[in-house]
Design a binder for this molecule. Structure first.
Ligand SMILES: CC(=O)N[C@H]1[C@@H](OP(=O)(O)OP(=O)(O)OC[C@H]2O[C@@H](n3ccc(=O)[nH]c3=O)[C@H](O)[C@@H]2O)O[C@H](CO)[C@@H](O)[C@@H]1O
Length: 387
């Protein structure tokens, strides 16, 4: 584990925020569903460990969801609850929901009894509801981390009982009690944005040329159909422009794309289902095309590359558009609407690659919006509420 500024200087010296009486804190972190919830949770866990490596951390997620794979891969233990969200497309799919909810609260109560946490954290996603509800029943203090400019129904409800609510956007008083809100930014995994000096290593990993410009396409943790369709439509143009691409398709779309194009479609087109080393993908890129998920945006501000954002129109209250506009209003990103992407995205990307002064302006402006220490700030807030 890397040492950082909040770690005690001497390994034997107790950090001022270490658990009461010298005991190391025991924390449950709950939630998940998509990378947008899971990776901030891992970032908070890493920050807690940096303060006190003996901190005991247990994750609670939803069975069958991405966290059950990504959390152990990050080195943490996770227990899954048998819970899923309300399905809006069919009433019948929700018949078992009340039974599963009650079962999950019961299991969460047992987890709390066994693990004996000093505090809990909810990052949003199915599992945080039952776990934080159980925590409130057992009078365990908890903190909520809300990534978006729009709070989901569970977080709004749980916000009333939270000690602190850490947010990344202004005007969150419309969802949460004002006295509990702290604007910290979104926690990001330090290793996903640590790109300094890694350009050559990144080109080697992807077997990319040092003589060509590179575009990274990322559709967020699940991939994005619109981005995939737009790239598919513009492949010939990209190749003709001598551009190479790292194309993250997402798990759902990968197979179809590979079936259509073949495994070795073109040496300049690197197609991947999911990128496990975001640092190297960011490091390789000259220009990035991305969805506007809150976590990705927080990372893009730190890696400060020129970015084109194509917000998903299929998320609650159109929050990705709000995320994207927060940057576009500061001249910190180029905006392409989802409905225009297939016709315009590749042209805009090639134009941006050829416009050095626009690239410079975007990089400078996006870097001003970075809040790189949210993980540490949130970890400290959490330890304060234990005290
Ligand atoms: C469709 C949907 O519901 N999207 C939501 C979801 O986005 P999503 O799950 O896509 O999350 P974000 O865009 O916030 O973050 C994606 C995270 O996944 C990582 N990553 C991504 C791709 C990859 O190949 N490898 C990888 O490691 C990124 O580095 C980042 O840390 O949660 C966000 C935060 O609540 C919301 O703002 C989004 O609107």
């Amino acid at each position: 584990m890397k040492k950082d500024s909040i770690q005690a200087k001497d390994a034997n010296q107790k950090h001022p925020l270490q658990g009461a009486g010298g005991a190391s804190p025991r924390i449950i972190i709950s939630g998940g569903g998509t990378g947008g919830h899971i990776f901030p949770a891992i970032a908070i866990a890493n920050a807690l460990k940096a303060i006190d490596p003996k901190t005991e951390i247990l994750f609670v997620g939803a069975l069958g969801r991405m966290e059950m794979e990504k959390v152990p891969a990050a080195g943490y233990k996770i227990i899954g609850l048998d819970i899923r969200g309300i399905q809006r497309d069919s009433v019948w799919k929700n018949v078992m929901f009340p039974v599963k909810l009650v079962g999950s609260v019961r299991k969460a109560l047992q987890i709390i009894k066994d693990f004996k946490p000093d505090a809990a954290v909810g990052v949003g996603g199915y599992a945080s509801g039952p776990l934080l509800y159980a925590a409130s029943m057992k009078k365990i203090p908890y903190l909520i981390q809300e990534q978006n400019s729009y709070a989901g129904i569970t977080n709004k409800w749980l916000g009333k009982g939270a000690r602190k609510i850490c947010v990344a956007f202004d005007n969150m008083e419309q969802f949460f009690p004002a006295d509990k809100i702290i604007k910290t930014g979104n926690p990001i995994r330090k290793d996903s944005v640590n790109i300094a000096g890694k350009h050559m290593q990144a080109l080697e990993l992807y077997k990319l040329s040092t003589f060509k410009k590179t575009i990274l396409i990322t559709g967020g943790s699940l991939g994005a159909r619109t981005l995939n369709n737009s790239i598919m439509a513009g492949l010939d143009k990209l190749i003709a422009a001598d551009v190479q691409i790292i194309w993250q398709t997402g798990k759902f779309y990968y197979k179809t794309i590979i079936e259509k194009l073949g495994e070795d479609y073109h040496p300049d087109v690197k197609i991947r289902e999911f990128l496990t080393r975001m640092d190297l993908a960011y490091a390789a890129a000259d220009v990035i095309i991305s969805r506007a998920g809150a976590g990705t945006i927080a990372e893009l501000c730190v890696v400060k590359k020129p970015v084109i954002l194509v917000p998903s129109p299929n998320v609650a209250e159109d929050h990705q558009t709000k995320n994207a506009l927060a940057l576009v209003q500061e001249d910190a990103a180029v905006f392409v609407a989802d409905r225009d992407a297939e016709a315009k995205l590749v042209d805009r990307a090639i134009e941006l690659l050829n416009d050095k002064s626009l690239q410079k302006k975007l990089s400078t402006n996006i870097s001003k919006m970075a809040m790189p220490n949210a993980d540490e700030v949130i970890a400290k807030e959490l330890l304060q509420i234990i005290k």
